[in-house]
Design a protein around this ligand. Structure first.
Ligand SMILES: Cc1cc2nc3c(=O)[nH]c(=O)nc-3n(C[C@H](O)[C@H](O)[C@H](O)COP(=O)(O)O)c2cc1C
Length: 336
């Protein structure tokens, strides 16, 4: 056997690291703007998530030193491993951003090639960058070269006429270590249903791990995706909002082979709600509880009296007030 080049050694090391990260827990939380912040990642970790993703960061803003982006770059000092997602369409800025996030503790650099939001696609980023594959490949190559020792992954959507398969294969060839596929097209946005068949097709074509994503709301969904598509890991987004213990139940189900209820009892739901609110306050200051409102409505959804409580909970600005409002509406369900 010939001598291994430095590049081969890096590649083997990265792929081994990534393999270990993917084995840490059976359900991966998806990156979600406005949700995958430090408090939510910390909470998910207490639920047993082994690998967590940040929301996406703009390479333009980061290299320019935009204080808002630097303020939300909240993974410094966080328990590893954290996958940090970045987006942009300029190879030089994306390369520099990859170096910055790795210096600040990213265990994985993930590139967004799927965001359908206008403000992203009009600058040829996200899903639009994926539709200009030569440019996407040039950007990915620059990131790969910038951080050769760190696992680098990409999150894509499906594209018609096998576009996603071709793009993914080119990404694999240049040294991307895994691909996450959100099994919807750009045109679908977040509507319609995810076509898991596309995940299976991608898995057949690639040698690197494929992470399947789209419409996992229950443990059974996750199991079915793994079974039906043969993907290497299942990733859930919206299904974890107000229901982060899906991650814990997935781990328990894997360990014991048993099914667990999708939701814990009502007292436990309120306990986690309060813990999440505490983390929001801790990491985001007073504004944290305002940002928490979108989670709060999901935690109480389905509880008796939730509709009336919701109106008051939308006014809450402090932790004491949150507890007091919950006690007034849900009484003994609120843990002491
Ligand atoms: C509010 C929201 C924000 C999102 N932000 C991101 C993001 O920053 N990066 C990304 O790759 N995907 C983002 N997504 C897409 C999710 O990661 C995921 O691919 C999508 O929601 C499909 O999975 P689901 O059906 O389990 O929700 C976002 C989705 C939502 C609903």
């Amino acid at each position: 056997m010939g001598r291994l080049s430095g590049r081969d050694v890096f590649s083997m090391h990265r792929r081994e690291l990534l393999r270990r990260y993917l084995l840490l827990s059976p359900l991966l939380p998806a990156p979600m703007c406005g949700y995958s912040d430090r408090p939510f990642r910390d909470l998910l970790r207490t639920m047993g998530a082994g690998l967590v993703y940040t929301e996406m960061f703009s390479s333009e803003a980061m290299v320019r030193g935009d204080p808002r982006t630097w303020n939300v770059m909240d993974f410094k000092g966080e328990e590893p491993p954290v996958a940090v997602q970045i987006f942009g369409s300029r190879p030089d800025l994306m390369a520099e951003t990859a170096r910055i996030v790795v210096r600040h503790g990213a265990a994985i650099v993930d590139m967004n090639l799927g965001c359908p939001a206008n403000k992203i696609t009009r600058n040829c980023c996200g899903a639009a960058l994926a539709e200009t594959p030569d440019r996407a490949v040039a950007v990915a190559q620059a990131v790969r070269d910038a951080v050769p020792h760190v696992p680098f992954t990409a999150k894509i959507r499906w594209q018609k006429n096998n576009g996603a398969l071709d793009l993914a294969r080119r990404l694999e060839d240049l040294g991307v270590d895994a691909i996450a596929l959100h099994a919807r097209t750009w045109a679908q946005g977040y509507g319609g249903s995810a076509e898991w068949e596309w995940i299976a097709r991608l898995k057949e074509k690639l040698h690197i791990p494929v992470i399947g994503n789209g419409d996992i709301l229950t443990i059974e969904d996750a199991r079915r995706m793994l079974r039906e598509t043969n993907c290497d890991a299942a990733m859930a987004g919206r299904g974890l909002v107000g229901n982060p213990w899906l991650v814990r139940h997935a781990a328990q189900a894997q360990e014991t082979g048993n099914f667990f209820p999708e939701l814990p009892d009502e007292t436990e739901r309120i306990r986690i709600l309060l813990e999440h609110a505490r983390l929001m306050r801790l990491h985001r200051g007073p504004h944290g509880l305002i940002e928490f409102r979108k989670h709060c409505v999901r935690y109480i959804s389905g509880l008796p009296g939730a509709r009336v409580a919701r109106v008051e909970l939308m006014q809450v600005t402090e932790l004491d007030q949150l507890r007091e409002t919950l006690e007034r509406h849900f009484g003994s369900l609120v843990p002491s």
